[in-house]
Design a protein around this ligand. Structure first.
Ligand SMILES: C[S@@+](CC[C@H](N)C(=O)[O-])C[C@H]1O[C@@H](n2cnc3c(N)ncnc32)[C@H](O)[C@@H]1O
Length: 268
């Protein structure tokens, strides 16, 4: 599979002035660009991190903790994500970290809102921007920082976990799939639980919740299995942060593991 938006970003990455920061999420696909020693990747997805590490990149897997970067960037490259608060948070992080004269390269399609992001970034940070249209409707915006600024794009206070539901109490944040709501399919699944529990013939000691998100299923099922040990996995580091908070909020004995499905976990 090939994606012109990513291809244009990969070409720009090959020529970018270093050090480079690359914000990568689940939209990163092969064939990957050649690794450079002066590129640091920030990524919240296990599969993306693994693919880029295997390709030779230095990867920081987590909730885009750019403050941990040993080197400030001269260039930041980013194929914009689907979720606006995440995109705005990462643009803010880039425009803060770049020196005057440094460049932010954003790629995306028209319906990703790429031109809007470029315009708002240029206006908010008094930066210069050039937007180029490539093949298949792909855009690449080159934004050059011209002055330091304390301005910020609105990011819904991205870093903060916040309550999104009172009964049961659940914390979540942007960057997690369906972060502000309880999924209808997940509610339906939980509504079947009383009948399922009634049919059980042996006690349940340990329960795995694979692809747990912020942990709704486990929190909602907890009342039926008050003495169980929980194992929750997700391949999204941001989801795991919320999941850990929800396990603690409900006093659940839980192991929360950042992994691909059940990779590397063991036990009954
Ligand atoms: C539709 S959400 C469901 C979340 C949660 N189970 C619920 O019902 O609210 C799917 C979750 O699976 C995670 N996921 C997708 N692929 C995964 C994989 N290979 N390994 C672990 N988690 C994965 C996503 O990050 C997301 O949090």
């Amino acid at each position: 599979m090939s994606d012109e938006v990513l291809n244009s970003l990969y070409r720009a990455l090959a020529e970018a002035d270093g050090p480079v920061w690359w914000f990568a999420d689940e939209q990163v696909i092969a064939p990957l660009p050649r690794a450079r020693e002066d590129v640091q990747v920030f990524c919240n997805r296990v599969d993306t991190a693994e693919a880029l590490r295997t390709a030779g990149f230095v990867v920081h897997l987590g909730d885009f903790a750019v403050e941990q970067a040993p080197l400030k960037p001269q260039t930041v490259v980013y194929r914009v994500s689907k979720e606006r608060p995440l995109v705005n948070m990462l643009i803010n992080a880039a425009m803060t970290a770049l020196p005057v004269g440094g460049r932010l390269l954003l790629s995306g399609y028209k319906n990703d809102g790429l031109k809007g992001y470029a315009d708002k970034t240029a206006k908010t940070f008094a930066a210069e921007r050039v937007v180029r249209k490539g093949g298949s409707g792909a855009y690449l915006a080159e934004i050059t920082k011209r002055a330091d600024s304390a301005a910020r794009l609105p990011d819904k206070d991205y870093r903060q976990l916040r309550p999104i539901c009172e009964e049961p109490l659940l914390y979540s944040k942007p960057g997690i799939y369906g972060w502000e709501k309880i999924d209808r399919g997940s509610r339906l699944l939980i509504s079947q639980l009383p009948d399922f529990v009634e049919g059980l013939t042996t006690p349940v000691h340990r329960i795995a919740d694979l692809g747990c998100g912020y942990g709704y299923l486990s929190v909602a099922a907890n009342e039926y299995f008050p003495n169980a040990q929980w194992l929750l996995t997700d391949n999204n580091a941001t989801a795991l942060l919320a999941c850990e908070k929800n396990m603690a909020a409900h006093g659940m004995v839980a192991e929360c593991v950042l992994t691909d499905c059940a990779d590397g976990v063991s036990g009954p």
